[in-house]
Ligand binder design. Sequence first.
Ligand SMILES: O=C(O)c1cccc(C(=O)CC[C@H]2O[C@@H](n3cnc4c(=O)[nH]cnc43)[C@H](O)[C@@H]2O)c1
Length: 221
Amino acid sequence: MKILVIAATPFEMQPFSDYLSGFNHPDIQITTLVHGIGMMHTAYHLGRYLAANRPDLVIQAGIAGCFDHSWEMGKTVIIDREQLGDLGVEDDQAFKDLFETNLWQPDQPPFTNKQLVNLFEGVPHLPALERVSGVTINTVSGSERTRQQLVDKYDPAVESMEGAAFHYACLLERIPFFQLRSISNYVEVRDKSRWKIPLAIQQLNENLITYIEHLRQGSAS
Ligand SMILES: O=C(O)c1cccc(C(=O)CC[C@H]2O[C@@H](n3cnc4c(=O)[nH]cnc43)[C@H](O)[C@@H]2O)c1
């Protein structure tokens, strides 16, 4: 089985890279790819990789912001659907996305009812983590106005800068995939001192390694 694990920055998967240096299994080949922050970087680097390679599974691992203040930092979730949060037009005080402006149709592939939905078909042993919805933006939200606009329009649980590009590419290529995100911050008026990036990275990598260990044990038996 060929698995591709991708992340926006090397820091997000450093512990996993360390784990991989001692990983050896005859039936599981794992490759990593750091694609950079944001949708443009993700689309180019992942697209280029998939044009030349066909993995059996792609995992995107990253940190993210969450909208629900009852969540603890470091909580790790799987994203089961993605929406584009800032691709569209500004109409005075209002933002209208591609669907509202008829520039894209709600069910035009690979979208289903305006969302990039992961049905997890062909994903072996999907981790038993909470599955939630994601919104992807180009600018990390840092004001109450933007946070409320996203909640009103998309009702997301998690915000990232790459998730939608990842879902889009894997859905079009019909390659099994899942997106793993650990929470580093709340989506709120920006206060970097409250972010818990090391904790989120630790939880993210623990979950990633546990998943690969399950696969390894499943494949050995
Ligand atoms: O402004 C800074 O000093 C700074 C330092 C380190 C990281 C950042 C980021 O903005 C990280 C962006 C990166 O992490 C994901 N992420 C994490 N939290 C959020 C969020 O609330 N909204 C959107 N993306 C987030 C994102 O996917 C990027 O890969 C800033």
